[in-house]
Write a protein that binds this ligand. Structure first.
Ligand code: MYR
Length: 132
């Protein structure tokens, strides 16, 4: 169900979320319109994701429940895991390596759209993706 090409369509409270993450105004302005595209391929417990944005192209591979490293476009390093909750909900928990704080995230479906939620230190945001 996650398989396919997903393009970000709109954000909810993403600026505030990035601010809580400590990202400066100029970078936030660019990131708000980063044209993020995720090409997701799931095979059983294994995911391969090609992330493309105005900042970079990145290939990510992970296995559900197995810890992996991931760095944000600004260089912030994290590690953590994704797990499934049923067939159609992904739940991720990632720890920032610089301060030990947790970013939690989910991917769920709402109608035809995939919604990714983000939560960090009490601030929540969403990015809503449409299938390309
Ligand atoms: C993936 O499944 O796409 C790769 C792993 C994602 C890890 C968690 C994503 C957090 C992204 C937060 C971006 C916020 C920028 C302030």
């Amino acid at each position: 169900a996650f398989n396919g090409t997903w393009k970000v369509d709109r954000n909810v409270n993403y600026d505030k979320f990035m601010e809580q993450m400590g990202i400066n105004l100029m970078k936030r302005k660019l990131a708000e319109h980063d044209n993020l595209k995720l090409v997701i391929e799931q095979n059983g417990n294994k995911f391969s994701i090609k992330e493309t944005s105005r900042f970079r192209t990145k290939d990510i591979e992970f296995t559900l429940g197995v810890q992996f490293d991931y760095s944000l476009a600004d260089g912030t390093e994290m590690n953590g895991t994704w797990e499934m909750d049923g067939d159609s909900v992904m739940k991720g928990n990632f720890t920032r390596k610089d301060n030990g704080k947790i970013l939690s995230t989910t991917r769920i479906f709402e109608g035809e759209e995939m919604v990714q939620t983000y939560s960090y230190e009490g601030v929540d945001a969403k990015r809503i993706f449409k299938k390309a």
